[in-house]
Design a protein. Structure first.
Length: 210
């Protein structure tokens, strides 16, 4: 069983610059994901909760091309239940330059693709029931190209929806156990391409153009 819950609260900050196509925007999101699997006759349950704060600043080079940068703060908690219970609490700061290309416009709807290159760092604490917690340093590099659609309420204000289907994404994350001698680390990579990689993941944000 899998449930995806996304609650997005939007915020905007702004400033003005003469003759510049600047835009600002972002969102605050909460995601809940519960997953139960059966392996070798045993049931495994994973519960994940995450909170993401993601302001962004961009600049339109012309009607079709925009560039910018986003800064995301990600807080997450994962609980895995097998024979015992393991809880993981993490936080990650992600800096991501982006570029987007608008390829179609129908009335108030605009369709575009956005490419993003992310570099992140943070920490994670893992605790197995009554054992002492283990602390890890995190580093992350990622790349993604995602289709999106925006709806224009006016010449300045737009709502945007990123849908993670027909997308390309690559992520490499390294976890290093603190105070380990010799150093102990794990590296995980994930590459996805095509439809259906995560049908439940929809992100809504807003931008304001000057």
């Amino acid at each position: 069983m899998r449930k995806n819950l996304l609650i997005t609260a939007l915020f905007l900050v702004g400033f003005t610059t003469v003759n510049a196509q600047l835009f600002v925007g972002g969102g605050v999101s909460y995601t809940s994901n519960n997953k139960t699997e059966e392996q070798r006759g045993k049931e495994y349950t994973t519960e994940t909760r995450s909170f993401i704060l993601s302001p962004r600043l961009g600049y339109f080079l012309n009607d079709k091309v925009a560039i910018g940068i986003s800064l995301s703060q990600i807080f997450s908690k994962t609980t895995e239940i097998e024979q015992g219970t393991a809880t993981s609490n993490g936080n990650l700061t992600l800096i991501a330059p982006f570029a987007r290309y608008y390829f179609a416009k129908v009335d108030k709807f605009s369709f575009f693709a956005e490419g993003q290159l992310g570099l992140g760092f943070g920490s994670n604490e893992v605790k197995y029931e009554n054992n002492s917690p283990s602390k890890y340093k995190l580093s992350l590099s990622s790349f993604s190209v995602t289709p999106a659609v925006s709806y224009s309420f006016s010449n300045n204000f737009e709502l945007e929806t990123y849908i993670n289907i027909f997308n390309i994404s690559y992520e490499k994350q390294k976890s290093t156990l603190e105070d380990s001698n010799p150093e102990y680390s794990e590296t995980n990579t994930d590459f996805k391409i095509g439809a259906g990689s995560n049908l439940g993941a929809i992100t809504i944000s807003a931008i304001y153009k000057f």
